[in-house]
Design a protein around this ligand. Sequence first.
Ligand code: WT7
Length: 681
Amino acid sequence: MSGDSTQIFNPADKVAKIAHCSSMEQYRKMHEKSLKDPEGFWSEIAKDFHFEENGLGQFLDYNFDVGKGKIYIKWMAGSKTNISYNCLDRHVSAGKGEQVAFYWEGNDPADAEIVSYSDLLKDVCRMANVLKSKGVAKGDRVAIYMPMIKELVVAMLAVVRIGAVHSIVFGGYSAGSLADRMLDAEASALITTDAVWRGSKLIPLKEIADDALKICRSKNRNINVNIVVKHISRVTAPQSAANGASNGNPAKKTHFDDTVGWDDKVDVWWHDVMKDVSSECPPVWMDAEDPLFMLYTSGSTGKPKGVLHTVGGYMLYAATTFKYSFDYHPGDIYFCTADIGWITGHSYVTYGPLLNNATSVLFEGVPTYPHSGRFWEMIEKYKVSKFYTAPTAIRTLMKYGDEPVKKYDLSSLSVLGSVGEPINPEAWLWYYRVVGDSNVSIVDTFWQTETGGHVITPLPGATPAKPGSACFPFFGVDVALLDDEGHEIKGEGEGYLVFRQPWPGIMRTVYGNHERFETTYFKKFPGFYCTGDGAKRDKDGYIWVTGRIDDMLNVSGHLLSTAQVESSMVEHEHVAEAAVVARPHVVKGECLHCFVTLTQDAEFTDKLVSELKVKVRSTIGPFATPDYVQLAPGLPKTRSGKIMRRVLRKIAAGERDFGDISTLADPSVVEVLFEHRPKDK
Ligand code: WT7
């Protein structure tokens, strides 16, 4: 797939003509300055932002080398600022209050709302005052479990306005996953929503959240504040629900108003508490290195890591990557389809766009509801110029052919972004030719929850793109490829993708476990931040990210750890051992293929397979549901008992070039596993 260095697509003229960075020469100059003189480079950028006190503080101080002691990264320590002030007040004071911040569109196209910067500021101040009145203070963690509605943006900005730390949990996670995250974060408050329609499915968020609160209580964490948005009664229900048809949802409730559970000691309605509260609330001035938010990401041990970002560096980095990677200009209409529950939504639905005073589309629904042209319809309706989505969405929509795209006028588009996993050249080309009418720039942005913002990406007005390559490092990012021994691979070659020095948006720690931060990212190659991905550099210096080289899998752009899925499966009484690997999937990129060894006398039946799928679904969340579960009378293990996953990956993919399997304790298991392999669906 990757490595094809022949096909090159120059930036679209209409983008290059006005771009902030409009040539490779300019890119190289800026990149070089950003590495040699980080202070000079970033302090120039910081001038656009409001710092209340102490100028820009001590600009940069760090240790990236475990050999030299504790790992730390500090940007602008001592300076005082507030990100909600920079997202809102700064623009309103500059006379931009009436500008649209968000065009919100609901799951049903009939539901829509326009939110201006001054509307947003007032609501954020009101919610900030509510939180204060509930006792939430600087440094407290507030969990947020909400759908893609305006109140989600209000909630996160209100939390950070008063110096508290948000921990957003994606609305597709189960009660158990939500509880784990609230417990680990030691959250003191929760903000949620009664329910939401996703396509024709009803997701009973409050009910799930109640279960999570119960779990927390059983572990002696009493979360006594739960602010609930009343949402479901104000939106249009899908046709199928109105007709009383089953919508395939476990809750099967459509009149949520009457049925939502309520605990008077804990629950309050959002609209009630917002009623009589002041719409002014001065921001709490935060040290640039104070915590801003945490967001959980999968860890290879199975326990999710609370990735912690801090105020100042994240602010500069989210804003600058947004400006350059999408070449944002006033007048653009920007649409990122990611859910705010993931880092893409944090950086490129909320913070990046608002810091740039941008106008965005905020979309509650799914790409194929009520029809497969929904994205394209919205691009036409709002005259979207910059569009950002994931390869899995592109591949899903490609299946419906060109016709649903061609029905709409997409001539407003100029930059199309991709994120979440390597994009296959076929999907890249379809995105470019069919969606972009061969008159756009494509940006394949590589980054991670941990990096805060794009770290390898083309710049749409400068970089000649190669389909499937994330191209070159962003400003401040110093890429190296290393071999197993940690020797640097210069020029063409393939190795571990690592970064040599900190950029402002890099995470600062794993919440409550700094040692895990050091071990996960810095121990393997002292002096470098290790991404966990492999990458190739071609003869022209382009970087091609080839995917994870640890025990993580990437399903539809979401990282999952094999250990997490395995530990859920072995909880089933008939499963003795489970090993989970990634299997290539045409839409999801990768899907889960699970090998299960059963306890004595247990039988491998369809019923067991569906029970295991339900188990994983309910412990982690629907997006983690395995596609394949197969019987494994034995697993390929080394003599020391380590499962050889590369062999399992080959079996899952249906490939027989195993390489050297002489270290296996019993090489005959391989053939047996092959016999039991489920065919491609
Ligand atoms: C992992 C990070 C940060 C965005 C959403 C995912 C993979 C992400 C790309 C890309 C190749 C990519 C990597 C990375 N990834 N974008 N453009 N090309 N791979 O965030 O859940 O923290 O996952 O996603 O494997 O390590 P995440």
